[in-house]
Ligand binder design. Structure first.
Ligand SMILES: Cc1cc2nc3c(=O)[nH]c(=O)nc-3n(C[C@H](O)[C@H](O)[C@H](O)COP(=O)(O)OP(=O)(O)OC[C@H]3O[C@@H](n4cnc5c(N)ncnc54)[C@H](O)[C@@H]3O)c2cc1C
Length: 304
C-alpha cells in the first residue's frame, strides 16, 4: 500500500506529525524490495526512512519529504520446534509474547507491554527491568538499500541500555556501519515454561502497567532514559513538573516520564516541554536527562 501526503500523526502512537510525502506499508519482503527498487529508480522519492509502529518517534509538525516505509504490516512470526522464533520485522512484540506464553514458551514476558515491532525493538534495544531485546536475540536479518539481504549473529552486534548500533550513530558516536539498512526480520530465543503460569505472568504485567502508566492517552512511552541508579520520572516529579502542560501535551499526572497528547497536540509543544523539563531537572538535581524518544527535527529531510 502506498499513500501520498498521508498524515504521519495517523501512524504515530502520540498522534502528532504532519504529512509524509509518500508512506509505504509493504506486506511482505517482496513488496518491500519493490519499494526500495522504485526509490532507486526515482519513481518514489528519496530519501527512505524505516519505521515500525512509530511508538518511539516524534514526527515533525511540518511533515517529512521522501518515502517513509512502515514495516508494521510485515508482521508474521512462527515458532520452530527447537524453541527459536522466526519473526518478520513488523511483528508486534506483545503479540509474540502472548502467543509464546500460550505455547509454553517463556523468557519473553517483558515484551508484553512494549507496543513496538521486532525491528523497532532491536534498534531501541527495548526492554524493562526484567529483560531487553538483546537478551533474546539470536540473529538479525537485514537488507541494504540495493535489495541485497544478509544475516548478522547476535554475537557480532553491540547493545547497551536502550541503545544499539542500528541507531544512526553507533555506540562510539560514529556513523553506524548499518546506516541505510533496513531490518527485515530476526530469530528470537525462548525457554520452555508452563503455559498457565506464563499467561498468568502476562496478565499480572499487563495489569501492573495499566496501573502505573497512562495507557488511556496517546504517548511515546518514556521520554527520557533513566540515569544511572535513578528514575527520570522521579526527578521530573521532584522538580515540580508532573502535570505541567504545553498546549495539549501534558506531563502525565500518573507517570511523569510520559508526555501524553490530551487531544490535538503538536510536536513543537512536546519538544518545548521536553527542553523545559530537562532544564528544570538539571537546575534542581544537577542531572542532564538524555532522551529515549527519537525526535525528528522540523524541516529536516528523512535520512537514509
Ligand atoms: C505506552 C508505551 C509504553 C512503552 N513501554 C516501553 C518499555 O517498557 N520499554 C521500552 O524499551 N520501550 C517502551 N516504549 C517505547 C517503544 O514502544 C519502544 O522503543 C519500541 O521498541 C519501538 O518500536 P517501534 O516499532 O514502534 O519503533 P519505531 O518507533 O517505529 O522506530 C524506532 C527506531 O527504530 C527504527 N526502525 C524501526 N523499524 C525499523 C526497521 N525495520 N529497520 C530499521 N530501522 C527501524 C526507526 O527508524 C527509529 O529510529 C513504550 C512506548 C509506549 C507508547
Amino acid at each position: 500500500m502506498i499513500f501520498f501526503e498521508e498524515a504521519l500523526a495517523r501512524l504515530s502512537s502520540i498522534r502528532t506529525g504532519g504529512p509524509g510525502q509518500v508512506v509505504a506499508l509493504p506486506e511482505s519482503l517482496e513488496e518491500l524490495l519493490v519499494v526500495l527498487e522504485r526509490i532507486r529508480a526515482g519513481t518514489l522519492p528519496s530519501p527512505a526512512r524505516f519505521i515500525g509502529n512509530a511508538s518511539n518517534i516524534l514526527f515533525p509538525d511540518g511533515g517529512l519529504m521522501g518515502t517513509i516505509i512502515s514495516l508494521k504490516k510485515m508482521d508474521r512470526f512462527q515458532f520452530r520446534p527447537d524453541g527459536l522464533i522466526e519473526a518478520d520485522a513488523g511483528a508486534f512484540l506483545p503479540r509474540i509474547a502472548f502467543h509464546a506464553a500460550r505455547q509454553g514458551r517463556g523468557g519473553l514476558g517483558f515484551l508484553s507491554g512494549i507496543p513496538g515491532t521486532v525491528g523497532g525493538g532491536i534498534v531501541m534495544n527495548a526492554g524493562t527491568t526484567t529483560g531487553e531485546m538483546s537478551d533474546i536475540l539470536c540473529e538479525v536479518r537485514l537488507a541494504w538499500p540495493d535489495g541485497r539481504t544478509f544475516s548478522v549473529s547476535r554475537d557480532d552486534l553491540l547493545f547497551s541500555y536502550r541503545t544499539s548500533e542500528f541507531q544512526n550513530e553507533d555506540l562510539s558516536g560514529n556513523s553506524s556501519r548499518w546506516r541505510g539498512c533496513v531490518i527485515i526480520g530476526a530469530v528470537l530465543e525462548s525457554i520452555p515454561g508452563e503455559s498457565s503460569h506464563l499467561l498468568e505472568e502476562w496478565e499480572i504485567l499487563r495489569r501492573k502497567r495499566s496501573e502505573i502508566q497512562p495507557l488511556d492517552k496517546p504517548s511515546l512511552g518514556s521520554v527520557f532514559r533513566n540515569p544511572p541508579d535513578d528514575f527520570a520520572g522521579r526527578l521530573i516529579e521532584s522538580s515540580g513538573w508532573k502535570g505541567a502542560r504545553r498546549g495539549a501535551i501534558e506531563v502525565s499526572p500518573r507517570h511523569a516520564n510520559f508526555f501524553v497528547n490530551t487531544g490535538g497536540g503538536l510536536s513543537r509543544d512536546f519538544r518545548s516541554l521536553l527542553e523545559d523539563v530537562r532544564n528544570a531537572v538539571f537546575r534542581e538535581n544537577g542531572v542532564w536527562l538524555e532522551t529515549e524518544v527519537e525526535i525528528v527535527p522540523e524541516e529536516s529531510p528523512a535520512t537514509v
